[in-house]
Design a protein around this ligand. Structure first.
Ligand SMILES: [Cu+2]
Length: 117
């Protein structure tokens, strides 16, 4: 009787561990691309339009083999990165709500927008 209960408890614990470990796997996948990150890849900013809460620090990460820059069009919350090489990052904190357009000064067809709520 006691052994039977112990066996059930063990089976339950194993099942719980399985659910728990798969839950961690999902969390790691989500963490792989932070919600405040813009990835520069194949001559494009992605996501092209990113909406965040005010006070958010945006991280631009260059995954291209080419250098790129991140330059604000709007002067009210100006930001201007140096040329970013492969795997270089640039960050900017957006404190005021608004719509902030930016581009790459090396490849002016590359554009993106940060919407701050
Ligand atoms: Cu560029």
């Amino acid at each position: 009787m006691l052994q039977c209960v112990a066996r059930r408890a063990l089976a339950f614990a194993a099942g719980g561990a399985l659910v728990f470990s798969s839950g961690i796997g999902l969390a790691q996948q989500i963490a792989a691309v932070p919600p405040n990150q813009v990835t520069i890849d194949n001559f494009a900013f992605g996501p092209t339009i990113l909406t965040v809460a005010k006070g958010t620090e945006i991280v631009w990460l260059n995954k291209d083999e080419e250098p790129h820059t991140v330059i604000s069009v709007d002067k009210t919350e100006a930001f201007k990165s140096p040329a970013l090489d492969t795997d270089d990052k640039f960050t900017h904190v957006f404190d005021k709500p608004g719509i902030y357009k930016y581009f790459c000064s090396i490849h002016s067809h590359m554009t993106g927008t940060i919407i701050v709520k």
